[in-house]
Design a protein around this ligand. Structure first.
Ligand code: DUC
Ligand code: ZN
Ligand code: ZN
Length: 488
């Protein structure tokens, strides 16, 4: 029997295996894997890696920052950029502001996404106002309808929950089988430090990193782990940036708690020094938590390698640098508190991770697939429809040329931004052809213009079948070195 399309002669990699196979596709799904498969159309993948399309489970699209700035990307440009960088599923947030109904927020985000998305998408909810209506009725009903994860904040005046509210949310997640994603930073520490810095005239972007101290992240991380332990529920810490927080997560995982963790390219490739770029340029790298120093970068890499982290997401939060609705909305050189927090990254995430991870020997190809795609699908209830290459799965594939050398520029990323913090960075390895449900959405630098072809994905309740960090501590404090042999 002949399929509609065959991807011929590539090296297929999943989170578990690497093997040579053709892939046959019909009706948007994988129908066979094997040798010498027949198809009405063929794509020659000789010399290429055929990987599951990336899943980016942390992106902000059409969302306003706490300083009132709107993301540059809408669902068209944001998902187009995802496709350009090898990502075929995104999970943005339907963000509740206080006083809003979460049900209505979800409906509004659907209205924004439906006509524009180029690749498939699900939604997490952001819960900032856990009223009895939200907790008693809206969230349970939404979870049953396929919105099975929500993000909550321990900082930001307009978003943060107190510990009691956090316990309520965690208990609801346990009762209904949902996943809670937590932004863990100690709010009072940040605001106390910020007030002192600003009062002393320390207003430049680099002081953002001073105010968002890594020990404030550590404290909040430990506290919310404790709350999750009290409730006895799995939980995921988002955008973990530094050694101190990683140590808490490793400790929790070592005790057998189901604590999952995400990190992002900004903690692997940027540092606090980037916030001190000349003039106001440092604002281009301002996000929360902020990038740290090189030792911390090493810790984050080690956490990826040893399994402390299950996912690498972008935390794509695309606030433009120039223009009336961007980082300079509140003046040409506003104090750091007035600058929208966030960096773009949905398009650059996978080329950066592939190049420095697989290309430079820090990660195996299968680890890359797990961190880039498979574990996202498992944690958020999209597996095996998404996140793997198997008969019956959606034909979401990224064909990578592992030898292609590219210098990242904002134009290559196809988002609506006026900068990328990774401008000029050289990478080796690029997704040269990207398929979403068997349809080409990016090829040789061109991206699909079919706004609205992306489909909403209701999520199952998250799976527990995601490997957690190992129980050994890889870092040897006395020597300052990682004990690679104990980790491998
Ligand atoms: N921090 C967040 O918590 N969200 C968006 C971007 C950022 O920097
Ligand atoms: Zn956050
Ligand atoms: Zn975020």
């Amino acid at each position: 029997m002949s399929a509609e399309l065959v991807i011929r002669g590539g090296t297929v990699a999943t989170a578990a295996d690497t093997f040579a196979a053709d892939i046959a596709i019909s009706d948007g799904r994988i129908v066979a894997l094997g040798k010498d498969l027949k198809g009405a159309r063929e794509i020659d993948a000789r010399g290429l890696l055929v990987l599951p399309g990336g899943i980016d489970s942390h992106v902000h699209i059409e969302q306003r920052s706490s300083s009132g700035v709107m993301t540059a990307d809408d669902f068209y440009t944001g998902t187009r950029s995802a496709a350009a960088g090898g990502t075929t599923t995104v999970i943005p947030f339907a963000a509740q502001q206080r006083g809003m109904s979460v049900r209505e927020v979800v409906e509004d985000y659907h209205k924004a996404a439906t006509p524009k998305a180029v690749v498939d998408y699900a939604f997490h909810m952001i819960v900032s106002d856990p009223t009895s209506q939200v907790m008693g009725q809206e969230l349970p009903a939404l979870i049953e309808r396929g919105y099975t994860s929500f993000k909550v904040y321990m900082t930001y005046d307009a978003l943060k929950l107190d510990d009691r509210q956090m316990l309520d949310v965690l208990a609801l997640a346990r009762a209904h089988g949902a996943m809670t994603m937590v932004h863990a930073e100690n709010h009072d520490v940040i605001s106390w430090l910020s007030d002192r810095l600003l009062a002393g005239g320390h207003t430049a972007p680099k002081f953002h990193a001073v105010a968002h101290a890594s020990i404030a992240e550590r404290e909040a991380t430990h506290r919310v782990i404790t709350l999750a332990e009290i409730v006895d529920v799995p939980m995921l810490l988002v955008h973990v940036s530094a050694r101190e927080a990683i140590e808490q997560i490793r400790w929790a995982q070592g005790r057998g708690l189901k604590i999952y963790a995400e990190t992002c390219p900004q903690y692997l490739f940027l540092s606090a020094e980037d916030l001190d770029r000349p003039g106001f340029e440092g604002a281009k790298c301002m996000c929360s938590p902020p990038p740290r120093d090189r030792d911390n970068q090493r810790y984050v890499w080690e956490g990826l390698k040893s399994g402390v982290f299950q996912v690498v997401s972008s935390d794509h939060a695309p606030y433009r640098f120039d223009g009336p609705d961007g980082k300079k909305k509140h003046g040409p050189n506003p104090p750091f508190k007035m600058v929208a927090n966030g960096v773009p990254g949905v398009g650059a995430r996978l080329p950066l991770l592939f190049s420095a991870g697989v290309g430079e020997g820090r990660l195996s190809l299968n680890q890359f697939v797990a961190l880039a795609s498979t574990n996202h699908a498992k944690l958020y209830g999209l597996y095996p429809k998404k996140g793997t290459i198997a008969v019956g799965s959606d034909a979401d594939l990224a064909l990578w040329d592992p030898k292609k050398e590219v210098t990242i520029t904002v134009d290559l990323l196809h988002d609506a931004m006026d900068y990328t913090p990774y401008e000029g960075r050289a990478v080796k390895g690029w997704p040269v052809l990207v398929l979403s449900r068997g349809e080409i959405v990016a090829e040789d630098g061109k991206v699909s213009e079919k706004a609205g072809r992306g489909r909403f994905l209701p999520c199952e309740k998250p799976s527990a079948a995601v490997p957690l960090g190992r129980r050994v501590h890889g870092f040897e404090p006395s020597s300052g070195k990682f004990q690679a042999e104990r980790l491998s």
